[in-house]
Ligand binder design. Structure first.
Ligand SMILES: [Zn+2]
Ligand SMILES: [Zn+2]
Length: 211
């Protein structure tokens, strides 16, 4: 299975993707499933899920939640999770029976909130996985995350962090069978490229600034 586990719709201010278009392109690019992970809202994810009529294609309701120490990706949410303190956020995700992955924990960018600020070895039992490939990361960021995940025996997730159509499926998670189980057993793999990332990042920066 190939799932892009990090995608944004226009419900994220930094992106412009209409739910219909996101779903159409994700299918066209050969994915078997996606997680829609808008910033602090599940509205886009619910819309995409509703639009999907193909039972063989899975749409996971996700969210990229802001916390005081960095961002958390949540998968299989039933309700929106409010941004806030890291520990209350991951507790709420767990309470819903959903999964938590640390979003681009080693990203170097102009936004200091993008880098995770607690030592991961201290909180690794509070999350199910960490993002080991994000197509918007800079060179070295993903490798650092992969080394850390390996060292700590944490499962990896991967995704494009697409905010625009050209970014969709530029990175994805690979696994056999069921995603939840693959993460629990630490059996996920990934594939991706970061060459389109800087263009996407710049477009998001401009949207945040000027729109
Ligand atoms: Zn964004
Ligand atoms: Zn994101």
């Amino acid at each position: 299975m190939k799932y892009d586990l990090h995608m944004h719709t226009h419900y994220s201010k930094c992106g412009n993707l209409k739910p219909e278009l996101l779903l159409k392109i994700a299918k066209k690019r050969g994915l078997d499933g996606i997680a829609v992970t808008d910033h602090n809202t599940i509205k886009g994810a619910l819309e995409v899920k509703k639009l999907n009529k193909n039972k063989k294609f899975e749409v996971i309701v996700g969210e990229e939640i802001s916390t005081n120490v960095g961002e958390v990706l949540a998968y299989y949410l039933k309700k929106q999770v409010k941004k806030g303190d890291f520990f209350s956020v991951v507790d709420e995700v767990k309470k819903q029976g959903a999964l938590a992955s640390l979003s681009h924990p080693f990203r170097t960018s102009l936004n200091p909130n993008h880098r995770f600020k607690l030592p991961i070895e201290k909180i690794k039992n509070r999350v199910d996985a960490m993002e080991v490939f994000n197509a918007r990361n800079l060179p070295g960021n993903n490798e650092m995350s992969q080394r850390t995940a390996k060292k700590l025996n944490l499962a990896g997730t991967a995704g494009s962090d697409a905010h625009f159509s050209f970014e969709i499926a530029k990175a994805y998670t690979i696994f056999d069978g069921n995603l939840r189980q693959a993460i629990k057993k630490n059996e996920t793999k990934f594939k991706g490229t970061i060459i389109f990332g800087p263009f996407g990042g710049l477009l998001s920066f401009l949207r945040n600034r000027f729109l």
